[in-house]
Ligand binder design. Structure first.
Ligand code: BTN
Length: 246
């Protein structure tokens, strides 16, 4: 059983289309902040940039959390980056290995992506978030048939160990809500930067899946935008607009 640090409720499901969609419905029905949905399997798991997220049964943690923060929509990135840091720390606790975060919210272990995060939200007319849906997918074990076409980039955090999904979920929730209670002060910034894997690297910048140009990463600013050197000019890139590949 999970004992959560949030004030909401946790619902467990077997197979669902997407836990983010369930939390959205609950949010629109007035569910409280901290409500959590965990599913064994997703048939329509969704990722960033319109991609799908492989979510087979019994191998992953598929979890969504309802938040009602006092933040402007433009600060939603604080939630996503705090979640990535919370996941990274939980994985380190359970594996004893170091993790890295690839800007903006992919968590890597042993050079493979083991977690993806999709934050979606509803914006009020005044530009603040009415609610945010924080969706977290962690590959706990490799699926029986492997990761297929993703096998070069996707990995799992455990090999043969008996996986206690709810303990991992509980640790992620605890870490996340630890940051979330003072999220406007960016309490996770130093933990995030300590795990940054692209600082100093040469990357290709993509928009809508299309390569735009090559650049060198100078760092990550305090608003979590990516600071790059592009043809000798310093630029800040917002995560909503672009993605990068090393
Ligand atoms: C990505 O890597 O592009 C983000 C993947 C996010 C997957 C999680 S799993 C739980 C929640 N439900 C979804 O449909 N997506 C998120």
């Amino acid at each position: 059983m999970i004992s959560v640090t949030s004030n909401g409720m946790i619902k467990h499901f077997g197979s669902v289309s997407s836990t983010n969609d369930i939390i959205k419905e609950m949010a629109n029905g007035g569910a409280p902040e901290g409500s959590v949905v965990i599913a064994d399997e997703q048939t329509n798991g969704r990722g960033r940039l319109g991609r799908s997220f492989m979510s087979p049964g019994g191998t992953g943690l598929y979890m969504s959390i309802l938040l009602r923060p006092e933040l402007s929509a433009s600060d939603a990135l604080l939630i996503t980056t705090a979640a990535a840091t919370a996941v990274a720390k939980a994985i380190e606790k359970h594996t004893g290995k170091a993790t890295c975060i690839k800007w903006v919210n992919d968590v890597f272990l042993n050079g493979k992506k083991v977690c993806g995060i999709l934050t979606e939200g509803k914006v009020s007319p005044d530009g603040t978030l009415e609610y945010a849906v924080l969706g977290i997918g962690v590959n706990l074990k490799e699926p029986k048939d492997g990761f297929g076409e993703l096998s070069n980039i996707a990995g799992a955090i455990f090999e043969d160990e008996k996986v206690d999904r709810d303990t991992v979920a509980n640790d992620i929730l605890e870490n996340f809500f630890g940051y979330y209670q003072s999220i406007e002060t960016k309490p996770h910034y130093s933990d995030y930067i300590a795990r940054d894997m692209i600082g100093g690297k040469n990357v290709t910048v993509y928009r809508a899946g299309e390569p735009l140009y090559d650049a060198k990463v100078l760092g990550i600013s305090e608003d979590f935008s990516l600071v790059i050197d592009h043809d000798g000019k310093k630029e800040n890139l917002a995560s909503g607009e672009v993605s990068v590949r090393i």
